[in-house]
Write a protein that binds this ligand. Structure first.
Ligand SMILES: Nc1ncnc2c1ncn2[C@@H]1O[C@H](COP(=O)(O)OP(=O)(O)OP(=O)(O)O)[C@@H](O)[C@H]1O
Length: 684
């Protein structure tokens, strides 16, 4: 077994579990080992139950007094029981873990570890973890990894699988040259992988993290520099010419391009019509109008008799872009033929779409991952645009690039990175920044409030709807362990429907719905057949419904600031005054301070920087940070010092590339393969 072996080479992973892992993006051992913990816990000594009452949390060794009860409450299963030790007795509740009823034996003793909740004068132990004594003893004294939750995949399952993989799989060999490891005091690769998952102590965890963050940055920078060098010598497969039609299209758009849009289009047009392959990153804050730039690039390809494709991360976005392009093409009377290709289309629809693409009966293709399935054979694919780069893996982007042999590539990103950091990351890679919002925009009005404001918020939403507007309400995802706390999307929308007058159509959207259902809901929302959309964060990226003016976010404290900024970016996209209501469920000082940043500013760059200041460098509230650019561990702000080291190292390596980057060197191979970088722009 090695890092390339499929995940089911591990014992105990059958077809069903494999599917669960795959849904979380883990299909081989390498993916598994690079699925780093989001933080660590240390297990405290066992205490008498009596003491835990005072501390509100902890671990004790208790006996299950009588057989456990199992019942259903709406969509939840609830197991309850009573546990005691010599010092006290307590009621216990588990949600959605029905199997405990048969696996825990009444009269036996276990270690229970959890929090005490007080409800109606009574104390409960809610959702405690259960261990056998020997098991708990083993866990004590070491940091225990906690993994990001994804549906059906628990920390325990991941720990077990990773332990087995570390014990049995042959890990990758060290690929960093010795002299570089020494210069920056970097731990060895194998050590780092072991210690990031199961650290001996805090110190070794930090060493491991340093090494892995360094690798993420170095491989990324090397890949970008290497490709940038390579690409200057490459001619595009299809030479595009400037076309008179394009300025005419710009003239007849329903709006005037902002100065920033005009500037970026000039840069893009010059790129696309040059004799070198374009590799350009277009950055712009939420709602700055990047889409029209992508559309113009696609039109230019079409005018030149070539194909252009845009690939986006979700079905909803694919449809939205497709409709935006098609209606623009129709309203301007342009001759371009457009095609949609997504996973949820029927086999027949897909086959027909592929045939049209292959026969060059279409010019502009919009789609999801379906665009890179083997069955698609492009004809004269000259321009490839990927939207929201961070949602795509390197492999996927490479695959799309290869389809058109050497198309121009444009990547669009709404992730705000200050210029100085962008230069370190991308070197002199071409970056365009759309740093201006359309003139018709009014700044979003924000408020940060507690839940006592909820009724007022509903009344406010009602008034907005009466004025013809629409609203989003975001509830956090229901997580297994927090079933009672989290607002459930379905129940929430049922309650909201009762609360609001009947003429207001309330619907919901969540990640578990089928793409077709999601599309339907989004389309109805776009047509204003739905006025209030209750949703999880699936609406986060790129959704564009300019008539929506209210974004109400429940449990705002649970989201990262960057994510909240993205969510808020769903409103304020048209000429109407828009509002963002950030409602928090716990009113810690930190919460208010964090949300206050959003309250003060609508500027993504400012928010990213303030967020960092507030967190402070040593603040490991998770070892995986804000997820900017989706480096798995690295955070370009927090780890700016490592980023600098990696950047210097990359320059050193490039200078001596004959020595370090020959085609058969381990570092070169690793760089080419560094698919664990969710963000890579490797196809640029
Ligand atoms: N110059 C402009 N003047 C007025 N409206 C514009 C202009 N450019 C774009 N728009 C409109 O602004 C809205 C947002 O644009 P777009 O969807 O391109 O944003 P974006 O940059 O992709 O943002 P996000 O990253 O949030 O998806 C759209 O409805 C678009 O039609």
């Amino acid at each position: 077994m090695n890092e390339m072996s499929p995940i089911d080479s591990l014992k105990g992973i059958g077809e069903k579990t494999r599917a669960v892992f795959e849904r979380a993006g883990i299909s081989d051992i390498g993916d598994l080992l690079h699925d780093y913990p989001r933080g660590y816990e240390s297990y405290e000594p066992i205490m008498p139950l009596g003491e835990i009452y005072d501390k509100n949390a902890g671990a004790f060794y208790g006996e299950i007094v009588s057989p456990l009860n199992l019942r259903r409450v709406r969509r939840l299963t609830v197991v309850t029981g009573v546990i005691r030790d010599g010092t006290g007795t307590i009621q216990v509740t588990w949600f959605n873990m029905p199997y405990l009823k048969s696996s825990l034996v009444s009269g036996s003793r276990y270690v229970f570890r959890g929090k005490i909740v007080r409800k109606r004068q009574q104390m409960f132990l809610e959702q405690p973890a259960v261990f056998r004594m020997e098991e708990y003893e083993k866990l004590r004294g070491r940091l225990q990894p906690v993994y990001p939750l994804s549906e059906g995949l628990t920390t325990k399952m991941l720990q077990k699988a990773i332990r087995q993989a570390l014990d049995e799989a042959e890990l990758e060999k060290e690929y960093l040259p010795e002299e570089i490891r020494h210069k920056y005091n970097l731990a060895e690769y194998n050590y780092a992988i072991e210690e990031i998952h199961f650290p001996k102590d805090d110190h070794s965890m930090r060493l491991a993290r340093h090494r892995l963050v360094f690798d993420e940055f170095l491989l990324f920078i090397l890949a970008v520099r290497n490709l940038k060098e390579g690409r200057e010598k490459i001619r595009p497969s299809f030479l595009l010419e400037k076309k008179e039609e394009i300025p005419k299209i710009i003239e007849s758009l329903p709006f005037t391009l902002t100065g920033a849009q005009q500037k970026v289009w000039k840069e893009l047009e010059a790129d696309l019509t040059s004799s070198e392959v374009t590799a350009r990153l277009i950055q712009g804050d939420v709602g700055s109008g990047k889409t029209i730039l992508a559309e113009l690039a696609l039109f230019l390809a079409a005018e030149n008799g070539c194909q252009g494709a845009i690939m986006v991360p979700t079905e909803v976005l694919a449809r939205q872009h497709y409709e935006s392009i098609t209606s623009l093409v129709e309203s301007l009377g342009l001759p371009y033929r457009t095609e949609l290709l997504t996973g949820s289309m029927t086999g027949k629809q897909k086959r027909l779409a592929c045939e049209r693409i292959e026969n060059q009966e279409v010019d502009i293709i919009v789609g999801t991952h379906a665009l890179i399935q083997e069955k698609v054979h492009y004809k004269k694919l000259a321009v490839v645009i990927t939207d929201e780069q961070h949602r795509f893996g390197v492999r996927q982007r490479e695959a799309l690039s290869q389809k058109g042999s050497m198309p121009h590539t444009i990547v669009m990103s709404a992730t705000p990175i200050p210029r100085t950091l962008a230069v370190i990351l991308y070197g002199d890679l071409d970056i365009s920044i759309v740093n201006e919002l359309p003139a018709n925009r009014l700044p979003i009005k924000n408020c940060v409030v507690d839940t006592s404001y909820r009724e007022k918020a509903y009344t406010f939403i009602k008034r907005q709807v009466e004025e013809g507007r629409q609203a989003y309400v975001i509830c956090p995802m229901v997580e297994e362990s927090e079933a009672m706390e989290a607002e459930n999307v379905i129940e929430y929308s049922a309650r909201l429907r009762e609360r609001l007058p009947a003429f207001i159509q309330v619907e919901y959207l969540h990640g578990k719905m089928k793409p077709k259902e999601k599309n339907e809901i989004m389309e109805r929302f776009l047509k204003n057949e739905i006025q209030v959309l209750v949703s999880t964060t699936v609406v986060e990226v790129g959704v564009n419904v300019p008539n929506a003016t209210v974004m109400m976010i429940e449990n705002a404290e649970r989201f990262g600031l960057a994510q909240l900024h993205q969510l808020r970016g769903r409103v304020g996209r048209g000429g109407f005054q828009s509002y963002c209501i950030l409602m928090y469920g716990n009113d810690g000082k930190k919460t208010k301070e964090r949300l206050g940043i959003l309250n003060r500013s609508n500027d993504g760059f400012y928010i990213a920087e303030e967020d960092l200041k507030l967190r402070g460098p040593g603040d490991l509230f998770g070892i995986r940070q804000s997820g900017i650019l989706d480096f798995k561990l690295g955070d370009i702000f927090q780890d700016a010092a490592i980023l600098k080291e990696a950047s210097d190292t990359a320059a050193f390596i490039m200078e001596k590339s004959d020595k370090f980057l020959s085609k058969d060197s381990p570092l070169f191979k690793k760089m080419m393969k560094s698919t664990h970088l969710e963000d890579g722009m490797l196809n640029l």
